[in-house]
Ligand binder design. Structure first.
Ligand code: MSP
Length: 660
């Protein structure tokens, strides 16, 4: 039986869940759903980490007991995962009896193997990290993560002979590419291992200092160090050593963590497993940090993003899509509502939403809302079918390797390819000219491939993808595995009822959303230009052609620097009520509210064609009125022999980026 086991870190319960915790859990959920869709029996574990100094301190502060605090806060995590529809198979708490028994049994095993000894230790202890930091790890004498100078502590403790396994670990990593991924984290760990002698790990805390922990089985004056305790959740939850789940799933375990806890997972954990005689994990998947305006989220800065607010505001599916698409797995990413709305409008509303809704509308119009009986494996279709196969193959391979952003980009190559397919096959012309057979082919192909796209999106956007499938008449249809989708061009059964229209991915008006509930984290990066209109500009157009023969005076570089050129996204477009040649655009240039720009583009673009496009905007042009409507900037365009082209970045660029 093909199986898959994915874990999240078990979260500390001294605070409430935030965007960071939600991201890891949503990614693990997407992975679990993906592997299930690939036909693998899947175990998905999450939980809470409930021992240690921090819990005692938080309980003291709240005037309660550690047990009462962990009960309440662990429930808060479980509740959030329920509201997010997280499909975890297990939930583990380190205060559970089954976990305590497992920790004590493994401690005894490692002790009996001679890998635990009693010794004196003095070192720099960081209460934030709950561990001793080495001199090398300190930055200006402080813990780099908590910005506090650690306390010098000297006491007798128990130590795990981690140094004994240093050589083995380095060899294991080298012999198993992808053991830690992405590769940069593997390199970081190897340089940690090869840069000097690994210290042994202090695994106890004297009860005189801390009682909130699991007692050592071989010395009741001590409790177990919280990390040695916590890491064992990954096996205690499976019923180690005899449990069925342990036998079935441990051989295929993959962990998912952020870079903050790389060392415990990449060094402590595999050496602990080796000493206890358990096999190491298959992959440690490490992601970066979500930042807000390039700064770490923190309560004191007041920039902590509440995941539930975002999911409520924009929809869970859209929120999940954004998180997986926006972060390049392994690197940090910045969270902002502008970026979220930009993606929703461009990728979901514009690319996928438009394709889906026009396919449904045309099926309704040309085939009375029923899937047509058209041939799909025709010569004319070979290109689009090849594109579809490649897109799905890449998506599946990249998803399994945790490169989610690239996987979605691969699938969007098919989405965009299908939009082009519609434009080039022009079903409306086929209908007008009575070419029914070709029309049936085009519509059957679109419906078939949209079904495949929806099936691939189920792991990322479960609700939205299920709704797409329902509108395609597939709510009760059996589903094979995603692998099967690669090698079959099975149409939607001719005659299947297809919904007449769809609005699963509506456009989002950022200005309205921000006005309704301005997010405190989104401080204005730049005040909006104040209108300073003196008179009405008469004949200027927003996009102006300059003939090559026109002589222009040279300008100084400083003069050029006065121009504030930015990349913008056209969120909305409509005809000017009083001028045939003008369009009224709503353009997001990374400010809290989008701009209104009036542009002379109506002869060249319909509003639909310009919506969702990235454009270059002259942002500090004095606002002026064009036929009664204020224009707050200018969209740059180039006149060509056949019309007009917009100046668009050649690659991926965030809205608001400065052009220089
Ligand atoms: N209890 C330990 C983990 C023990 S696992 C055996 C712990 N808990 S934690 O509550 O601090 O969670 C850390 C994890 O939360 C990170 O590794 C990551 O998965 C997630 N995130 C917390 N903040 C984050 C961001 N700002 N961005 C992305 N994920 C982050 O460490």
């Amino acid at each position: 039986m093909d199986r898959f086991y994915i874990t999240t870190p078990i979260y500390y319960v001294n605070g409430s869940p935030h965007l960071g915790h939600a991201y890891t859990t949503l990614v693990a959920d997407s992975l679990a759903r993906f592997h299930r869709a690939m036909g693998q029996e899947t175990f998905f574990l999450t939980g809470t980490d409930e021992h240690g100094d921090k819990i005692v301190q938080a309980a003291d502060k709240a005037g309660t007991t550690p047990q009462a605090l962990v009960d309440a806060n662990s429930a808060a995590f479980r509740d959030l995962w329920k509201r997010f529809g997280i499909t975890n198979t297990g939930f583990v708490r380190t205060t559970e009896e089954r976990h305590k028994r497992c920790v004590q049994a493994i401690l005894q095993k490692v002790f009996d193997a001679g890998d635990i000894y009693h010794g004196e230790y003095s070192g720099h202890y960081c209460f934030g990290c709950e561990r001793f930091l080495t001199d090398k790890e300190l930055v200006d004498g402080k813990c780099p993560d908590h910005q506090i100078a650690p306390e010098l502590i000297s006491e007798k403790n128990y130590f795990f002979r981690m140094s004994k396994y240093q050589g083995w670990l380095a060899e294991h990593i080298k012999a198993n590419p992808g053991f830690i991924r992405p590769q940069r984290y593997e390199a970081e760990v190897l340089s940690m291992l090869e840069g000097g002698v690994l210290e042994d790990l202090c695994i106890s805390r004297p009860k005189s200092r801390l009682t909130w922990g699991i007692e050592l089985p071989f010395d009741t004056d001590y409790v177990c160090y919280v990390w040695f305790d916590a890491l064992l959740n990954y096996v205690s939850a499976l019923g180690w050593p005899e449990g069925e789940d342990y036998r079935a799933f441990w051989p295929v375990v993959e962990h998912l963590v952020a870079k903050d806890i790389l060392k415990p997972h990449a060094v402590f954990w595999p050496t602990m497993l080796k000493s206890a005689g358990l096999t190491p994990y298959r992959h440690l998947n490490v992601h970066g940090y979500w930042l807000v305006r390039d700064t770490k989220m923190s309560k004191s800065l007041g920039n902590v993003v509440d995941p539930l607010t975002m999911a409520d505001k924009y929809g869970l599916s859209a929120f999940r899509y954004f998180l997986l698409r926006e972060m390049q797995f392994g690197s940090d990413a910045s969270f902002s509502e502008e970026a979220l709305v930009g993606r929703l409008n461009a990728d979901l509303a514009n690319d996928l939403g438009n394709l889906f809704s026009r396919t449904l509308t045309m099926t309704s119009k040309y085939f009375q809302g029923q899937a047509p009986d058209g041939q799909v494996e025709t010569r004319d279709n070979s290109e689009i079918l090849e594109l579809a196969r490649t897109a799905m193959e890449n998506y599946q391979a990249q998803f399994a390797e945790c490169v989610f952003s690239r996987a979605l980009e691969s699938l969007w190559e098919l989405v965009r390819g299908l939009n082009k397919y519609v434009d080039s096959r022009a079903p409306w012309t086929l209908a007008k000219e009575g070419r029914t057979e070709e029309l049936a082919t085009v519509m059957a192909t679109l419906l078939m491939l949209l079904r495949k796209i929806a099936l691939h999106l189920v792991p990322v956007m479960p609700e939205a993808a299920d709704e797409m499938l329902a509108q395609l008449g597939q709510a009760n249809a059996g589903r094979g595995t995603l692998k099967d989708e690669l090698c079959s061009w099975t149409r939607i059964e001719p005659g299947t009822e297809i919904a007449a229209k769809s609005n699963i991915f509506p456009r989002v008006d950022l200005a309205a959303e921000m006005a309704a509930a301005p997010a405190k984290s989104e401080a204005a990066s730049k005040p909006k230009a104040k209108p300073q209109v003196k008179g009405e500009a008469k004949k200027e157009q927003a996009a102006k052609a300059v003939s090559a023969s026109e002589e222009l005076a040279e300008v100084e570089f400083q003069d050029f620097q006065k121009l504030d050129l930015r990349v913008g996204m056209v969120l909305d477009a409509m005809p000017h009520p009083d001028a045939d040649r003008l369009l009224k655009l709503t353009v997001d240039i990374g400010e809290p509210a989008p701009r209104q720009i009036v542009a002379g583009l109506a002869e060249f673009f319909t509003p639909e064609q310009i919506k969702g496009r990235l454009v270059t905007v002259l942002a500090n042009l004095k606002p002026r009125k064009l036929r009664g409507l204020e224009s707050q900037g200018m969209v740059l365009a180039v006149r060509t022999d056949s019309g007009m082209e917009l100046l668009t970045p050649s690659g991926e660029v965030k809205t608001g980026s400065k052009v220089s």
